[in-house]
Design a protein around this ligand. Sequence first.
Ligand code: GSH
Length: 225
Amino acid sequence: MSDKQSTARGFSRTAAHYTVYGMWNSGNCYKVRLALEQLQLSYAWVEINSAGGETRNPEFLAKNPNGKVPLLELPDGKYLSESNAITIYLAEGGRLWPTDRWQRAQALQWMFFEQYSHEPYIAVARFIMKYLPADHPRRQELPQLHARGYQALGVMEKHLQQHRFFSGAAYGVADISLFAYTHCAEEGGFDLSAYQAVRDWFERVRAQPGFIALSSQATRFQVHA
Ligand SMILES: N[C@@H](CCC(=O)N[C@@H](CS)C(=O)NCC(=O)O)C(=O)O
């Protein structure tokens, strides 16, 4: 057998250290991809078709009983779910995770904020507007999602008027976590023009070494020709 093994999705697994089960356009999955790229870790990507039921079949549920992506497979065969848990796991001991106890607590504070007060509104509005038909009944949820999403953006704006990042003093995984769905919030119908500090932070994030855009091809794995 060649040292290259093709996955069902056609991505080469040569020398991959980690395997990510994900959906390329999902912000939660982008967090993991961005962290892997910025930490210069090798990985294979297995694209999951949730609309086709692939997060709910017995094979996937055996890996993640919660039936969600992203899912990280470690080199020893263990599986880790939840985007923020994955990025912290990957970042521990490196430059994306603070060494100072207080700064680590601050980073965690923002990552819990992201999951409870931000992502359920900003990401869900994007999902409804980008992926569901224009006449879908879930459009009725948008005013409420926008109201709660703008509250979260206001909290971020206030923080960023005083601080450069969310991960303590330097860029780190809390920034990855909040960048994932904030930078594409306009796809969910949010107007970011009044959030100048947030938009300045976008540029600081984009300037970080190893940054890749949500839409871009990743570099740490090779696509099988
Ligand atoms: N809290 C989870 C959320 C994961 C999540 O909602 N994943 C979505 C994609 S963004 C998913 O798997 N959807 C497919 C499904 O539920 O079948 C995380 O941060 O990883």
